[in-house]
Write a protein that binds this ligand. Structure first.
Ligand code: GCB
Length: 612
């Protein structure tokens, strides 16, 4: 907003250029799903821009505010003018990726324009925001012809304030979503998943009082050691626009905890209260408490679990008890119907798979998933690894890319910091080991730690290549991590499955999660254990992995790659892949492969590793 304002007031062309430079984190409303909102989900008219965005960008690359954003109409009589017309254009369902809705858009990675009308009755003394759950990858939003915000990043939410541009009655919103992959984007251009474009998550209008609760953090006090007797809850509530001294009440009736505190000059009210009774959240007892927040005219409730997660030497402790994470990786791919996972049904199906395999953990790869996932994880007692999309190579040498990354990190943490299920923030996956990247990601890990000192920070490391049967993880990035994730594909991308029997690992003295391993198999393709792409070989590779895991003393978790086959345009072997990465334990249409049963049994018997 600031940038846009400067662009309008100072008419400074550099500031009006497209959002190549990320804006600082704008107001981001947390817990929007518990506010009363006006849903903007449904049918939106769309127009496909001619690549590379001729209506969106001017010849110098600036955003063109005078094209489709005007939502003009061709005049039937009189001089010839506009050559587009949203009102007569076809529609796309929101939320939804465009790729799986319109066959011609399946491979489209350009700009698509969305438009819809909506009614509003603005009330004095209120502010209204357009909340976008996620739009991949860059978005530019106009309401009633005025640009209200720009956002970069395909997997985190953002809010555009529309108070000043709304009028009573019918209004309209136009959003240009640009799914073009960018070298300096996060992720960058080469990815092994499908770059679904569009307004992929829920959209709503949120009206709040002028001073309102935009952010808060309510958690079990995190001292230097876990105290099983402590029932101390602490955190902050931030009230935007509140003068210093504004009263804020937090009430957790079932825990017998209530207090009223005052905001400081920044609008932050810190609190510490003792609950009279508290059942800690865990996979066995995923207890959530109703938390009521109130300040002035604003009221907001949440359901929050309280627990302690920390690392002690090579152990991961949940509420003081050592745990072993029995998990799986998951892309945000909708089971059976395909496309981006963004409905209650998608999430219910994914969690039914996790429960069926006796999992207590899921790695949400390689970006934050729909908030329904972490909400359901909270309710179902599944622990979560949440990651920002620093996947393999991004432009680690560029300060502006670091700035974007910090915004994405903040958006991820802010949305989900009150979710007890989220136990790990991951800053990256499989990044090249060099000093520039190590400095970048070490700074980012420290940033994450200072934003949230209550959770361990992690990353999935790859390499180095084995020397004979010696594998030494001496990646300097590990020094910045509390928990080390290790990816390896022995028996698939390197060596034979049996090599795993002899492999000896040397790890930092930290908890290790084997975050990726596996082999591809097409569901229903059967053969001998040495035959690639068969379910039998997938099982065989995994069985040898299991033997190797037994010799890693600080192993504290396993997440096979991957729970379900997922679309990836780089996977093109006909009849075997057909556009899917086939390392899933389940096919994209929900059929369980033999490898699923292997994990189901191993997780039932707890044979893959020990908590300590
Ligand atoms: C990896 C990546 C993951 C890929 C996977 C594969 O190491 O982290 O994103 O999809 O390997 O199947 O190659």
């Amino acid at each position: 907003m600031l940038r846009l304002a400067a662009c309008l007031i100072l008419a400074a062309p550099a500031l009006c250029a497209p959002a190549q430079a990320q804006q600082p984190l704008q107001t981001l409303l947390v817990n929007v799903d518990h506010r009363s909102t006006v849903s903007l989900n449904g049918d939106w008219h769309y127009l496909v821009d001619q690549s590379p965005g001729r209506a969106l960008y001017t010849s110098t690359g600036a955003i063109n505010d005078k094209s489709y954003a005007m939502n003009d109409h061709p005049h039937i009589v009189g001089p010839h003018n506009e050559e587009y017309d949203f009102s007569a254009a076809p529609t796309l369902k929101v939320p939804g990726d465009w790729n799986t809705q319109v066959p011609q858009l399946f491979n489209d990675e350009g700009v698509v324009w969305y438009q819809r009308d909506f009614d509003a009755q603005p009330k004095p003394g209120t502010r209204t925001f357009l909340h976008v759950g996620a739009a991949n990858y860059r978005s530019h939003v106009w309401v009633n012809q005025k640009r209200v915000c720009d956002h970069e990043g395909g997997y985190t939410p953002f809010d555009c304030e529309v108070t000043a541009v709304l009028h009573p009655g019918s209004n309209f919103v136009v959003i240009a979503v640009d799914a073009t992959r960018l070298v300096d984007g996060i992720p960058s251009v080469g990815i092994d998943w499908f770059n679904y474009g569009g307004l992929t998550r829920d959209l709503s209008l949120v009206t709040v009082p002028t001073a309102f609760i935009d952010d808060y953090d309510v958690h079990l006090a995190h001292g230097s050691a876990f105290d099983p007797m402590s029932k101390e809850l602490t955190g902050y509530i931030h009230v935007l626009n509140a003068p210093a001294g504004t009263a804020v009440t937090i009430d957790i009736p079932e825990a017998g905890a209530k207090t009223t505190v005052q905001t400081n000059a920044e609008g932050t009210a810190s609190f510490t209260i003792n609950a009279t009774s508290l059942t800690l959240w865990s996979p066995e007892t995923p207890k959530l408490y109703k938390v009521n927040l109130a300040s002035g005219e604003d009221r907001l409730s949440d359901e929050i679990g309280f627990r302690d997660i920390r690392v002690d030497g090579t152990r991961i402790l949940l509420n003081g008890k050592a745990i072993f994470l029995q998990g799986a990786n998951m892309h945000a791919e909708a089971p059976v119907r395909g496309g981006r996972a963004n409905t209650d049904q998608d999430v219910a199906t994914i969690f039914s798979y996790l429960k069926d395999m006796n999992a207590n953990f899921v790695r949400l790869a390689h970006y934050p998933h729909d908030e329904r996932m972490t909400r359901t994880a909270d309710r179902d007692g599944i622990m979560v690894w949440s990651e920002i999309p620093n996947w393999q190579r991004i432009s680690y040498d560029k300060p502006e890319v670091y700035a974007k990354d910090v915004v994405m990190l903040k958006e991820m943490i802010r949305r989900d910091r009150n979710k007890a299920s989220v136990i790990l923030w991951s800053v990256s996956n499989e990044t090249p080991n060099n000093p520039t990247r190590t400095k970048f990601l070490t700074d980012l890990a420290n940033e994450a730690r200072s934003l949230d000192p209550t959770r361990p920070i992690t990353s999935a490391i790859i390499g180095p290549k084995p020397k004979g049967f010696e594998m030494v993880n001496d990646d300097p990035l590990c020094a910045a991590l509390d928990v080390v994730g290790q990816n390896e594909y022995i028996g698939w991308y390197e060596g034979t499955p049996e090599d795993a029997d002899k492999m000896h690992w040397t790890f930092p003295n930290k908890p290790i999660i084997m975050t990726e391993f596996g082999a591809e198999a097409k569901h229903g393709n059967h053969g001998a254990t040495n035959q690639r792409w068969t379910e039998e070989q997938q099982v065989y590779v995994l069985q040898h992995q299991f033997m190797m895991f037994a010799r890693i003393p600080n192993l504290r978790g396993t997440t096979p790659w991957v729970l379900m086959d997922f679309r990836s345009p780089t996977r093109n072997i006909p009849k075997l892949q057909d556009g899917y990465n086939r390392k899933g334990l389940i096919s994209e249409d929900g059929k369980k492969k033999q490898a699923f049963d292997l994990f189901k049994q191993a997780y039932k018997d707890h044979t893959l590793g020990k908590p300590e």
